[in-house]
Design a protein around this ligand. Structure first.
Ligand code: MG
Ligand code: ZN
Length: 217
C-alpha cells in the first residue's frame, strides 16, 4: 500500500514536468519522440540511420539517456546535430524533470525533431511520460518471442513498435505473424514496422512515419 502511494506522488510530479516539456515544444512546433527498448535493440543505430538518410533535411536534436557513458551521444554528434547527454548515475529511466533540464541546454530555434533515447530498459521507462508526442518501442528479433508478454507496459503505451534487426529473423525462433498478434492484442491502436538498419529494409517506412507524425502535430 505504501509503495503505491509513493509511486503516485512521483508520477504526479513527473506529469507536471511532462506538461511543461510538451508546452515548450508545442509552442515551437517541435516533435518529441521517446525511444524505449532493452539495451542493444538498436535505438542509437536507428537514430544514426535516420540522420544519415535525411542528410540534414530536417533540423534534429537528441537527448541521450545513459547510466554513465557518452558513447551514444558521440555517435550522433557526428551528424552535426545538437546532442545532450543525460547521465543518470545508475538510475534506470529518464524522468520529465531531466528533459526540462536538457531543454535548457538546447537551442530550440527552428528545431523540427527532438529524439530522446531512453535508458535501455523495458521496465520503468514505460511508466514515465517525458512529454513526448510519440513513443516508439523497439524490440529486436534476437530478444526472443516472450518480451511483449513479459513487459507489456512498454508495448501497450507505445504509438509504434519497431521490430529491429529483421535481417536476422531466419536465425531466430520468432514467427512474425504470432509476434504481431501478441503486440496487437495488448495494443490494437499502435503501428507496427519491421526494419533493419544493416540492409535498409523498412527504413523508408520509418522515415515516412516520422514525417507523417510531424505533419499531424
Ligand atoms: Mg544506445
Ligand atoms: Zn527505472
Amino acid at each position: 500500500m505504501a509503495e503505491i502511494i509513493v509511486m503516485k506522488a512521483v508520477n504526479a510530479e513527473n506529469e507536471l514536468y511532462a506538461a511543461q516539456v510538451k508546452e515548450a515544444l508545442d509552442k515551437r512546433g517541435i516533435l518529441l519522440i521517446n525511444l524505449l527498448s532493452s539495451p542493444g535493440s538498436g535505438k542509437t543505430s536507428l537514430l544514426e540511420a535516420t540522420l544519415k538518410e535525411w542528410g540534414g533535411k530536417y533540423r534534429c536534436a537528441a537527448i541521450e539517456g545513459d547510466l554513465f557513458t557518452d558513447e551514444d551521444a558521440r555517435r550522433l554528434e557526428k551528424f552535426g546535430i545538437q546532442v545532450v547527454q543525460l547521465n543518470t548515475q545508475g538510475s534506470c529511466h529518464l524522468t520529465a524533470n531531466m528533459i526540462v533540464k536538457a531543454l535548457e541546454k538546447l537551442d530550440l530555434k527552428d528545431l523540427e525533431f527532438l529524439f530522446v533515447e531512453n535508458v535501455g530498459n523495458l521496465v520503468c521507462p514505460a511508466s514515465f511520460n517525458l512529454g513526448e508526442h510519440k513513443r516508439v518501442t523497439l524490440l529486436s528479433v534476437t530478444e526472443g518471442k516472450d518480451k511483449i508478454k513479459k513487459y507489456p507496459k512498454a508495448f501497450y503505451t507505445a504509438d509504434l513498435l519497431v521490430l529491429s534487426k529483421i535481417d536476422l529473423l531466419p536465425m531466430t525462433d520468432i514467427n512474425l505473424e504470432d509476434l504481431k498478434q501478441d503486440f496487437f492484442r495488448v495494443n490494437p491502436q499502435a503501428g507496427f514496422l519491421s526494419l533493419s538498419v544493416k540492409t535498409g529494409q523498412g527504413l523508408s517506412q520509418w522515415l515516412e512515419k516520422l514525417e507523417n507524425w510531424r505533419r499531424e502535430t
